[in-house]
Ligand binder design. Structure first.
Ligand SMILES: [Zn+2]
Ligand SMILES: [Zn+2]
Length: 289
C-alpha cells in the first residue's frame, strides 16, 4: 500500500520545511527525530518558516521602544487559581520564578521591569500593567484555547499586547528536582521563553535557544544563549553593563534576520498540527508497506 507520487512529493516538501524550521536535518521523511519533536510539548505561538538556524521576529518587527532607549515595563500576575490537588505552585513561588525570568532579559537590554501588586480584587493593577501574566484553562477569550495537559503549554502575543498566558492544566513546578511526575513542566523555563515573545522575539530554529518552540517535560532551560541575546539586542540595543562575551555558549549566528510575510505566519503551526494528526496514519502506512 502506498500514496500517489505527487502526494508523497508534497508531504516530503512540507516535512523538509518543518524540519528546517525546527533546526533538524531536512530529510523529508518522518524519521524518529521528527516524530519525537512532533510529540514534544511546545509553545502555542505559531512558527515562522525559518531556515537560518537562528532567532526571528514577528512580522513588522514590533517592539516597545526604539533601539538604544531605556524603557520601563510594568507587569502583573493573576495568582494561579487554588486547585484541590496543589497542582500549581504557591503564588509567591510563581512571582519569584517570574522575577528571575524577567531579570534575565533585563540583564542584556536597557529595560526595567516593575511588578504591580495584585491582591484579591485588584483588577486595576492587572488591567493597567504593560505585561499581563495569567493562568487560564481551555477557551479563555483570545481565540487561542488551551488544550489541557501537555501539547500546548503557554502562549504570548507580540508588542504592544503584553498578554502572557499559561495553560492552567499543566503540572507546573518551580522545583523540578523534587518532581517524581515525569509530566511536570518547569515554570521558569516557560516564563523566560514567553517573555521573549512579549519583547518581540518569534521562535528561533536554534535548538539550544530559549526561544526554540518546544520543551521536553522534566527539562529546565532558563539561560539565554548568544542567539537569544543577539536577537533581542538587535531590537533594543545592549544593557551598557552587559557583555556578550560573558555568555559561555558558542555563537553560530551571523546574518540579519528577515521578517516573513504575514500570510506565512500560521503556515508552520498548521503544518505541525497536520503532521501531528497524520502521524498515526503514516506510521501505520509504513507498517503496511
Ligand atoms: Zn513560543
Ligand atoms: Zn491566551
Amino acid at each position: 500500500m502506498s500514496l500517489p507520487a505527487d502526494q508523497q512529493d508534497q508531504d516530503a516538501g512540507l516535512l523538509r520545511l518543518y524540519q528546517s524550521t525546527m533546526g533538524i536535518p531536512p530529510t523529508g521523511r518522518l524519521d524518529n527525530r521528527t516524530a519525537g519533536l512532533l510529540s514534544t510539548p511546545r509553545c502555542g505561538v505559531p512558527d515562522l518558516p525559518n531556515v537560518a538556524s537562528r532567532y526571528a521576529y514577528f512580522d513588522g518587527q514590533p517592539r516597545w521602544a526604539p533601539r538604544g532607549r531605556r524603557f520601563t515595563l510594568t507587569y502583573a500576575i493573576i495568582p494561579p487559581p487554588a486547585t484541590p490537588d496543589d497542582r500549581l505552585p504557591h503564588p509567591s513561588a510563581v512571582r519569584a520564578a517570574f522575577r528571575r525570568a524577567f531579570a534575565r532579559w533585563a540583564r542584556v537590554i536597557p529595560v526595567r521591569f516593575v511588578e504591580l501588586a495584585t491582591t484579591a480584587g485588584s483588577e486595576f493593577s492587572y488591567n493597567t500593567a504593560d505585561v499581563k501574566v495569567g493562568f487560564f484553562s481551555g477557551d479563555h477569550g483570545d481565540g487561542e484555547p488551551f488544550d489541557g495537559p501537555l501539547g500546548v503549554l503557554a502562549h504570548a502575543f507580540s508588542p504592544p499586547s503584553g498578554q502572557l498566558h499559561l495553560d492552567a492544566a499543566e503540572r507546573w513546578t518551580v522545583h523540578l528536582d523534587d518532581q517524581e511526575d515525569s509530566s511536570a513542566v518547569d515554570l521558569e523555563s516557560v516564563a523566560t521563553h514567553e517573555i521573549g515573545h512579549v519583547l518581540g522575539l518569534a521562535h528561533s530554529s536554534a535548538p539550544d535557544a530559549v526561544m526554540y518552540p518546544s520543551l521536553k517535560p522534566g527539562t529546565r532551560k532558563v539561560e539565554l544563549t548568544a542567539d537569544d541575546v543577539r536577537g533581542v539586542q538587535a531590537l533594543y540595543g545592549s544593557n551598557p553593563r552587559f557583555s556578550l562575551s560573558s555568555l559561555s555558549e558558542p555563537d553560530t549566528s551571523s546574518s540579519e534576520a528577515s521578517a516573513s510575510p504575514a500570510n506565512l505566519l500560521l503556515l508552520l503551526t498548521m503544518i505541525h498540527a497536520m503532521l501531528a494528526s497524520c502521524l498515526v496514519d503514516s506510521l501505520s502506512l509504513n507498517l503496511l508497506d
